[in-house]
Design a protein around this ligand. Structure first.
Ligand SMILES: Nc1ncnc2c1ncn2[C@@H]1O[C@H](COP(=O)(O)OP(=O)(O)OP(=O)(O)O)[C@@H](O)[C@H]1O
Ligand SMILES: [Mg+2]
Length: 356
């Protein structure tokens, strides 16, 4: 697939403060790329540099292989959608969607067609004559999307567009946005701090932390092979076991020797030194057993009923807690001594050099 957009050392500083470190990203044509990270990690700043609304302090932006670092925002072929819908309150839905097309001097018939198409795509055609104040939050957000889609930009930037919606509506709109992305075939760059949203929507996720890219990978890779402790803890629930290497294949954890061969990441990390090593085990990869059959042992500390399953929290000898997802028929009792086990290939040894 060809590269649609590329940043080369694109960075932003405000005085001494670094908002985005020099960043290299290649976004493929038609891709759905999500910028994910905690508040203040630089997601919006990076997006705004791509849009042209914030001038970069360093580096270059290329669109379709052409230098675009200093191209005016309106000339980049980029559409923008933000959390605040910013609809014009005195205009009907139809006029709101048509506004950008009028500015672009669309001929009347083409304009009407484009508005109809955009309203159909967001499933709001029957609301065309209403005013924004007569719409729910989710409906207003659909109009904001339609307004952006109407002129068919080949790149669409979205900054927390679902941030103001409640959980149910958010989840519904996530699926809708996925559908629209497919229908439009445009390249989407989407900002969120919600990891579930990122996992649901994205072809790839660019995980940001403290103004830099922590990892850029597919949702599956990021979940199964986090490249750092930060990535492991930011995406999904995780148990992180800390220990010292006894030898190339064994880690001393919770007073036991844990076999590392077969662990994801072990093949590239066999070095024995006195740094701490970290092993990640997801709650759904672990099972409860008899203490004698456990890779680790502990006491059931708490059980949390989650509807579809139960999460048992096991207190390990060090005092750390280990979370195990149990099917509903398994009914661990608080205070029970239990073993915890998992298949070796469901554990990930994090690269030692990535530790803080
Ligand atoms: N105009 C500005 N002047 C000075 N600092 C700024 C400016 N704009 C952003 N920053 C700083 O840059 C950092 C990154 O901000 P940014 O808005 O990109 O974060 P974000 O990842 O989008 O966070 P959030 O999830 O809260 O929206 C923050 O520490 C912010 O305070
Ligand atoms: Mg932001």
């Amino acid at each position: 697939m060809s590269v649609k957009l590329e940043t080369r050392g694109l960075g932003k500083t405000y005085g001494q403060f670094v908002a985005v470190q020099p960043t290299d990203i290649q976004v493929r044509e038609g891709e759905f790329l999500t910028l994910l990270g905690p508040s203040g990690s630089g997601k919006s700043t990076l997006l705004q540099m791509i849009s042209g609304l914030v001038p970069p302090s360093s580096g270059q932006l290329l669109i379709d292989g052409q230098e675009a670092t200093h191209t005016a925002p309106g000339k980049r072929g980029i559409g923008l959608v933000f959390q605040s819908y910013a609809l014009f309150p005195h205009m009907s839905v139809r006029d709101n969607v048509a506004y950008g097309l009028r500015m672009r001097k669309y001929e009347k018939r083409k304009l009407e067609e484009a508005v109809d198409d955009a309203l159909t795509m967001v499933r709001m055609h029957e609301f065309a004559h209403r005013y924004p104040s007569e719409l729910s939050g989710g409906q207003q957000q659909r109009i904001a999307l339609a307004r952006c889609f109407a002129y068919r930009p080949s790149i669409i930037l979205l900054d927390e567009p679902l941030g103001a919606l409640d959980k149910n509506l958010r989840e519904h709109m996530q699926l809708e946005i996925r559908r629209m992305h497919k229908e439009l075939g445009a390249t989407f760059i989407y900002v969120t701090h919600d990891q579930e949203e990122a996992l649901t929507l994205s072809d790839r996720i660019c995980l940001m932390n403290k103004a830099r890219i922590e990892q850029l990978a597919t949702p599956q890779e990021l979940y199964d092979r986090p490249a750092s402790l930060f990535a492991a803890e930011f995406i999904g629930h995780s148990n992180v076991l800390q220990g010292k290497r006894e030898n190339a294949t064994q880690l001393n954890v919770e007073g036991r020797l844990l076999e590392l061969s077969g662990c994801v990441g072990h093949e590239t990390s066999t070095q024995v030194d006195n740094r701490d090593n970290f092993v990640l085990v997801r709650p759904e990869a672990a099972r409860l057993t008899e203490p004698s059959a456990g890779l680790l042992v502990g006491k059931v500390d708490e059980c949390v009923f989650l509807g579809s399953d139960t999460r048992a929290l096991i207190r390990l000898p060090s005092g750390a807690r280990f979370s195990v997802r149990c099917a509903r028929h398994i009914d661990p009792r608080i205070g029970d001594d239990v073993g915890i086990t998992w298949d070796a290939h469901r554990a990930t040894l994090l690269p030692a050099q990535a530790q803080p």
